[in-house]
Design a protein around this ligand. Sequence first.
Ligand code: FMN
Length: 189
Amino acid sequence: MNDEKLKIKIILGSTRESRMSDKFGQWIADELNKHQKVEVEILDLRSYDLPFYDEAKINEKVREFQSKVKEADGFVIIAPEYNHGPTAVLKNALDWCYEEWNYKPIAFVGYGSAGASRSIEQLRLNVIELRMIPIRNAVHILGNRYYAFRDGKLDFKELVEENLNKAHEMIHELLWLTKVMKDARQSKN
Ligand SMILES: Cc1cc2nc3c(=O)[nH]c(=O)nc-3n(C[C@H](O)[C@H](O)[C@H](O)COP(=O)(O)O)c2cc1C
């Protein structure tokens, strides 16, 4: 059995100027950091500025992103929903790696009218093709509460407090499967 810390990367699924994914990403990072045997890093797609996928356009930033994905043991995607699907910037980031994602668990946090459930369902199908292990427990922050926060009528602290149990259930399942798969990857032939 492997006793190294589990490396969990949180990927922010949006990059627009007034995005909200950074707030939810920091919340999940804070919750994950309460676990001693976990090393957390937020991957902000703004920092990588990945070109639209074209292997001919690989550059240093793409390589840096690929190496971050490679060193990870598990992931949380902060997933907004744009037009009932995932954001293009996130799908593009998924396409830039393959083996780096393989056999690693992935969890989702969504927000929007239906808690980004349509976006997350599509992402679950996408990541199976990347040989990942999407976990069932997720956080879906629904529109009645999310838009109240976005419109300044509800504190962020209160919003996440309401979703804390869901976040803990998701983290519990993610960390267990991340440990299982880290050991399993080492014995894979
Ligand atoms: C292009 C676009 C499309 C959107 N489509 C949806 C949608 O299909 N479902 C939904 O619940 N919210 C939708 N929204 C509203 C988003 O839930 C809301 O803007 C959210 O804050 C987006 O995440 P972000 O702030 O991290 O970019 C859309 C927003 C944008 C900018």
